[in-house]
Design a protein around this ligand. Structure first.
Ligand code: SF4
Length: 506
């Protein structure tokens, strides 16, 4: 369930939005990058965030029915006004509320007239708000008028590759700039209306996360399967004129948009710095359900990409003092190359897109291990085939530090196919079949990224209890090595890297 409460101190709108992101991203105390959002798109499946277990179909009504209030905090403005859970806040000062961004924007006035709907009846309420006074209201969803659907037909779309029978939210193709603003979902900008542009100008929703793939208009249209897709460079320039910054990604497909195309795209985007704040290069994800002949990169091809991008990085660092273009972690695993140092990620602008997550995981581990106490834990730790060397290295250190006896097992993804090597796309059934009768420990540790937003269900709807019953062992779910020591609560930060990133749009 997604909820939001304004924070205590008066903040600038941009700060409030950063807070909004924080709240929605980490709702329930879970790591944002681990949840499945409303959609998984392209090859970059998003088990991640925004995710929070919400199904957008529930709110896809035409127009805006207002925000459904879920919780009122006692003693705060909403309580003082007599608002109740179940009420819908339709408009503030005649501005219909389309989402929590509008609420925040228009609800920051000192004198307001609220249009409320309660049990089918509408009424208005005068409200006076002290500067910085908290509303103390939580909404059921961040978007009130329904999510914006994608109008593209990418050949590499992960949603289209999804076999039937999976979790419902995995079939949703969203392309909503508000989710991009709030949660960092990648969008294509192909469905923006003039009204949207006006809103972007008025509310200056920055930064946005844009899937570019190619700056060659015809090639991009081909890749998106959308002959009407506008020129993305013009759109980014226009965003820049509005004071909106963008983080971009290029999903690279062998033989399609790499080589000279990649060169052109990187150069075109870099010319738009500082509007373009970062460029992530990520490899296309391919499952066994792919029907368009797209194949994954071979290690030698991946090395060429890495060399090409690293050269640009060094060049940009001289001129912009940041690398600007970054490779997602998969490239380093594919090429068996050492991960870059943390400083080379310039603050990790696309961490949740799998860019630097492995390095961040190692950094976190360095901090975590100092506080670990000895343990008698004996456990088998599961991960995907790609992160296996890294997880094994960290778990060996974990054992050395704590005295735990840990075996790390890489499980092959039979469901999506062996080309899918990330931990976050492992199904419960694959884990059970791979480990049945082979576990020598009493405890099995599964990656948090295998589970949904609530941490309860795998992609094929198995629970922790189902897996325990099938394997006859205690199952724990962990996001860090330290969490292996606790009962189920929540090794998966790293697996996010390997589930191909957080954003729904490639
Ligand atoms: S833009 Fe994203 S959701 Fe839409 S078709 Fe392409 S990959 Fe799929």
């Amino acid at each position: 369930m997604t909820t939001w409460t304004p924070r205590k101190s008066p903040l600038a709108f941009s700060e409030e939005v950063a807070y909004l992101r924080e709240v929605f991203s980490f709702d329930g105390g879970e790591t944002a990058v681990e949840e499945a959002p409303y959609s998984l798109c392209g090859e970059r499946i998003a088990m991640k965030k925004q995710w929070r277990g919400h199904c957008p179909e529930a709110s896809s009504s035409p127009g805006s029915p207002g925000g459904l209030i879920e919780h009122i905090e006692p003693g705060k403005l909403a309580a003082r006004l007599g608002l109740r859970p179940g009420d819908r806040l339709i408009a503030i000062n005649d501005h219909p509320l389309r989402d929590v961004i509008d609420f925040r924007f228009y609800g920051s006035e000192e004198e307001m007239e609220l249009l409320i709907e309660r049990e089918g009846r509408r009424f208005t309420l005068k409200a006076q708000r002290e500067y910085g006074e908290e509303w103390g209201v939580e909404f059921a969803e961040p978007v009130f008028d329904g999510i914006r659907w994608c109008n593209n037909r990418c050949e590499f779309c992960f949603v289209n590759q999804m076999p039937p029978g999976m979790r419902k939210s995995l079939y949703v193709k969203d392309d909503d700039y508000r989710y991009s603003f709030l949660f960092g979902n990648f969008i294509t900008l192909t469905n923006l209306t003039e009204e949207d542009w006006e809103r972007l100008a008025e509310q200056r929703l920055s930064p946005l996360y844009v899937s570019v793939h190619s700056t060659d208009l015809n090639l991009r249209r081909e890749l998106l399967g959308n002959p009407d897709a506008p020129d993305v460079l013009e759109q980014i320039r226009r965003l820049g004129e509005l004071g909106i910054e963008v983080h971009t990604q290029i999903v690279l497909i062998p033989g399609r948009n790499d080589g000279p195309h990649l060169k052109r795209t990187i150069e075109d985007l870099s010319a738009l710095y500082p509007t373009v704040q970062s460029i992530a290069v990520v490899p296309v994800g391919v499952t066994r359900f792919q029907r368009h002949g797209i194949r994954p990169y071979s290690p030698s091809e991946a090395k060429e990409v890495v060399a090409q991008v690293i050269a640009y990085q060094a060049h940009f660092r001289k001129f912009y003092e940041i690398g600007l273009v970054y490779l997602s972690d998969e490239w380093y695993f594919m090429c068996d190359l050492p991960l870059p140092a943390a400083e080379e990620y310039d603050g990790f602008p696309q961490l949740e897109n799998g860019v630097g997550l492995a390095r961040a995981f190692l950094e976190d581990w360095e901090s975590e291990k100092a506080g670990l106490r000895p343990t008698t834990l004996e456990a088998t730790v599961v991960c995907g085939t790609m992160p296996y060397p890294l997880i094994r290295q960290v778990m060996e250190e974990f054992s050395a530090v704590t005295g735990a006896e840990v075996e790390v097992v890489a499980v092959e993804n039979r469901f999506f196919g062996p080309m899918v090597t990330v931990s976050g796309l492992l199904t419960g059934q694959d884990v059970v079949e791979a480990l049945r009768g082979k576990i020598a420990t009493e405890t099995l540790v599964l990656p948090r990224a295998m589970f949904d937003a609530e941490g309860k269900l795998t992609l094929d709807d198995m629970t922790v209890e189902d897996i325990e019953k099938a394997l006859g062992v205690e199952v724990r779910v962990a996001a860090t090595p330290g969490q292996c020591r606790q009962p189920v609560d929540g090794f998966a930060s790293i697996s996010v890297v390997h589930h191909a990133g957080r954003h729904p749009h490639p």
